[in-house]
Design a binder for this molecule. Sequence first.
Ligand SMILES: *Cc1c(COP(=O)(O)O)cnc(C)c1O
Length: 384
Amino acid sequence: MSKIYMDHAATTYVKPEVLEAMMPYFSEKFGNGSSIHSEGREAKKALEAARQSIAQALGAKPTEIYFTSGGSESDNWAIKGAAFSRMDQGKHIIISAIEHHAVLDPCHYLKKFGFEITELKVDEDGLINLDDLKKAIRDDTVLVSIMTANNEIGTIQPVEEAAKIAHEKGVLFHTDAVQAVGQIPIDLSNSAIDLLSISGHKLYALNGVGALYIKDGVEIDNLIHGGAQERNRRAGTENIACIVGLGKAFELAKSNMESESKRLTVLRDKLIQSVLAEIPESRLNGHPTKRLPNNVNFSFKNVDGEAILINLDLMGIACSTGSACTSACTGPSYVLQALGMEYRWTNGSVRLTLGARTTEEDIDTVVGALKETMNRLRMITFKA
Ligand SMILES: *Cc1c(COP(=O)(O)O)cnc(C)c1O
């Protein structure tokens, strides 16, 4: 049985070119980037080359890229760093109701220090309303954080417009771009975005590495204290091999994003149209067009999402219900609930996320498998 991996929003494999670029830094080129000797200088050179590649792909300056241990750290640093550095100006933060837990949970934690959090509602497609944002900004608002694209439903938010609104009121703007990077164009050269989070393992690099973009001149408190790495802003001996891989992944993404996004959008829409046409009582979650090229999220009425998942897994298809987290957490997804959906729809949700190796044949196989699964599960429901 050939396996079909349709869970690239949870994690991607490491591309062979990325692995190849990383390999020397595990053995021959093992220097510490802070050492003076030639081994150290070689590591430092690789670190700065990766920083340059990432900056170039994002329209940023190399001095604006800071390496971290991943998307969660970048989000935590941006939120807590901005909050603690500005707490004498105010203690109010605005986010959307469908942020990733790496944004939601630091905000929840900040309540201990007296911060108030406003969660903007989203519409039935998962979009925030910019007027709501304008109205929510107060004199004591210090940070707005809205994700570029949602990890469960793929909806792409108007972050540039949101950032401009925040800036007009002198408020910092952060975006979690973990799902968007490498899939849709991001150009920070003329942007109002102050802080942007990146993760390696959603982009064909390794997990445990990421970056935070901090616009030149933006001051936020440090999260990890210790050594003088990352220009005194993020302590810890750099993970050179993984950082080199992240740089390579950005180079690859930059060179083929346009054609790959088009290819994935065609496959995505084929999957959506086939399922909606061929499986009764199915619906698409998230915005029909303002969505990531690789994201599909369906709901099947009165069917259990986990049962669908297990059936598909037995047929060699890997996907997820909602986010990767919701498979460990119980209850319906908070993202789908925020869209205003009822339980008999939210319970039967399946997220299928395409990637660089996904073929048209895979899509046909998945459609067939979903039909078969739904027939079987709905038969059981009917008999019971
Ligand atoms: C995966 C993900 C994160 C967390 O990134 P890690 O590198 O796994 O810590 C944060 N935000 C979004 C939107 C994600 O999809």
